[in-house]
Write a protein that binds this ligand. Sequence first.
Ligand SMILES: [Zn+2]
Length: 239
Amino acid sequence: MNATERLYEEDSYLKDCTAEVVASEVGLFRVNRTVLYAEGGGQPGDSGAVTLPDGQELAIVKSVKQPGNPNAVLHYLQDADTVLEVGSQVKLAVDWARRHRLMRMHSALHLLCAQVSAGVTGGSVGDGKGRIDFNIGADGLDKERINDGLNELVSRDLEVAARWITADELDENPDLVRTMEVQPPRSGGKVRLIEVQSADLQPCGGTHVKRTSEIGALVVGKIENKGKQNRRVNIRFAD
Ligand SMILES: [Zn+2]
């Protein structure tokens, strides 16, 4: 078993799960299934905790895809000297307060994509803030219009849902991909799409809220000039 079942891809609201340790070395381990998101697609990996069979709880400081094996997730322990026992049954819990803020911001960035008709050259989901770089010149962006448009999509309480298509279906619909240089991951010939009802549809492996109202009010911050044909739009939560 070289893959980790990524429960968050089907249900981003799962806060904990039981799992079996399948590989372990000093300071990090891999399990057969997890609720902790592995860093990728601009979204940071989750922190949280693992509870051992004897009840001891250890902090997990980050979660990443295993180098060379993107279907496997590695969890890093805060106590870098600990080695978990392979075969042991553990409980994993995500730092939900942080993850929920990251989910809200990731969904907010998809709403931002819906406001700007231009390719995406970069992006980052932060804690309470986020940004996207667009392939667009000086005259393409109206800050006030983007601000109003984002908050209108939030207040319309639109559904946000994930679904899977085949890699062939994606190849037949190349316009779905908003990122210009990065192609979405094709795990087992499948590509995950995130659809914001009537507003946005694009490949994405990240975790999202169920409805746009859950994001809350947004503020467009600085629009930075990152080159002749590149503008960075920063957003943050209003509260
Ligand atoms: Zn995304």
